[in-house]
Write a protein that binds this ligand. Structure first.
Ligand code: HBI
Ligand code: FE
Length: 292
């Protein structure tokens, strides 16, 4: 999802690409889109989303009554983990994105999708970002991971290893699964904000579900246009923070520079296999009906 954006911020945005949320300018119709999306997920996610996500949803009282006012949720969020949500027009350049994360500011799309886009849109809107990402930022361990990721992103950018690091974000923050005594649970924002993928990621026999390994993930490409063909499972949120804090990235990046990508749906000899996927969904053409 990297944005090869033009150099400067768009008209009306500040130098760091932030804009005012202008919460009182949302229309009733836009609040209604949020309510429709929220209600669908609120019914579906208990027993599917991980406990820290559900706790965060409650802690921030992400309204059933419409698009949340960032100023309101920031009071609680800042108190819990020092994070705040800032409004941006949409995708921002990688360096801007990492700079915000490193400073515990989560850039959230200010706009909301149209009613005819309920099930799918490419650009992160306020529902994907605030419903999908922000509840996990109330968890102290995950909040530290996201800040560490931002710092790592700035380093990766300067070392030219952004592609590898973007995969780490994709297979954890966006599409990560968590192993719990009750079974696999969702913590990835891209899954938890999608009605269809909240089912597919846990229940469908099609995708692989493999144990998380940092180097393995950083060698694995991803799809931005359809359900994932492989999901990675972490044993705990703490393990995610530990791996980023304890890894010396310089030798890792040196190995990655010489290592070939691992095909999207492949299962490698060293993989811990939770599900050996049939890839039936992708072979049947996925969302668009065209064979993968
Ligand atoms: N910008 N607003 C926004 N949201 C994102 O999730 C985002 C972004 N810019 C870049 C980006 N994500 C990814 O490409 C980075 O993980 C590399
Ligand atoms: Fe996202």
């Amino acid at each position: 999802m990297s944005a090869d954006a033009p150099s400067g911020p768009p008209p009306g945005a500040r130098a760091d690409w932030t804009i005012d949320q202008a919460w009182d300018r949302y229309t009733e119709a836009e609040h209604q889109v949020w309510i429709t999306l929220y209600e669908r997920q609120a019914q579906l996610l208990p027993g599917r989303a991980c406990e820290p996500f559900l706790k965060g949803l409650d802690a921030l009282d992400l309204h059933r009554t419409g698009i949340p006012d960032f100023a309101r949720i920031n009071e609680e969020l800042r108190r819990l983990t020092g994070w705040t949500v800032v409004a941006v027009p949409g995708l921002v350049p990688d360096d801007v994105f990492f700079e915000h994360l490193a400073n515990r500011r989560f850039p959230a799309g200010q706009f909301i999708r149209r009613p005819d886009q309920l099930d799918y849109l490419q650009e992160p809107d306020v529902f994907h970002d605030v419903f999908g990402h922000v509840p996990m930022l109330t968890d102290p361990v995950f909040a530290d991971y996201m800040a560490a990721y931002g710092q790592g992103g700035l380093r990766a950018l300067h070392l030219g290893r952004l592609r590898n690091l973007a995969r780490l974000y994709w297979y954890t923050v966006e599409f990560g699964l968590l192993e719990t005594p009750q079974g696999l649970r969702i913590y990835g924002a891209g899954i938890v904000s999608s009605h269809a993928e909240s089912r597919f990621a846990l229940d469908d026999p099609s995708p692989n579900r493999l144990g998380f390994d940092l180097e393995r993930v950083m060698r694995t490409p991803y799809r931005i246009d359809d359900f994932q063909q492989t999901y990675f499972v972490i044993p705990s949120l703490q393990s995610l923070l530990d791996v980023t804090v304890n890894t010396d990235f310089a030798p890792l990046y040196a190995r990655l520079a010489k290592a070939a990508d691992i095909p999207l749906a492949a299962i490698e000899p060293g993989d811990r296999v939770f599900t050996r996927g049939t890839q039936g969904y992708a072979r049947a053409g996925g969302r668009t009906g065209k064979a993968a």
